[in-house]
Design a protein around this ligand. Structure first.
Ligand SMILES: Cc1cc2nc3c(=O)[nH]c(=O)nc-3n(C[C@H](O)[C@H](O)[C@H](O)COP(=O)(O)O)c2cc1C
Length: 181
């Protein structure tokens, strides 16, 4: 059984400005450092590693996009919750965290317990992890599934041998939390 999600974010987390305070290059932060996509409510949640994602500006809002294949356990949480979050870890915890969150499923394992990290709830109800350094909170404003008929580069279809096209969620960035100190 997965531990219940009851821990509130500590005072070490402060609200920050995504435009100014998000460290480093945006593309490498997602593609090289990787993030956890998390969603949940009502005491339950799930999270998984992602290396595909986007941050940008759309419809007069700062936005993030995440991509979730249909077979991920996380998918039922990103489908049914209004918020999702992208959480980033420091160098010290990345390898261990993503080994578990990217290699195992929340269907079978309490991944947070196995990785030794603590799931937390920010005040608006978004899921984070106490040991992380940054969390972007997004309110879903659009979703869709990739349509292979629209792939213009044949290399893309090769990434889908099982036709398991990602669902993507565009989220308005409603909060950005950064760890103090
Ligand atoms: C580096 C890395 C990046 C990944 N990026 C994604 C991604 O962007 N989208 C996705 O659907 N799965 C991605 N995955 C796979 C999921 O993280 C993995 O299947 C995970 O075990 C799913 O967990 P869940 O079943 O608890 O949701 C990635 C895995 C790794 C190791």
């Amino acid at each position: 059984m997965k531990q219940k999600l009851t821990v509130s974010a500590s005072p070490r987390w402060r609200e920050a400005r995504i435009e100014m305070d998000f460290e480093g290059g945006i593309i490498s932060r997602i593609s090289k450092d990787w993030a956890l996509i998390a969603a949940g409510n009502g005491g339950d949640y799930n999270a998984m590693t992602a290396s595909w994602g986007a941050l940008g500006y759309l419809w007069e809002k700062p936005i993030a996009i995440c991509f979730v294949r249909p077979q991920r356990f996380t998918r039922s949480f990103t489908d049914t919750n209004a918020l999702f979050s992208l959480t980033f870890f420091g160098r010290d915890l990345r390898a261990k965290t993503h080994k578990v969150f990217g290699g195992e499923s929340g269907r079978d394992t309490d991944k947070a317990q196995k990785a030794g990290i603590t799931p937390i709830v920010f005040e608006e109800g978004a899921i984070g992890f106490e040991e992380a350094i940054e969390t972007i909170v997004c309110r879903k404003i659009y979703f869709d599934d990739f349509n292979s008929a629209n792939f213009l580069d044949p290399a893309i279809e090769k990434l889908y041998p099982q036709n398991d096209y990602h669902r993507f969620y565009i989220g308005e960035i409603v909060k950005f939390y950064k760890k103090r100190g």
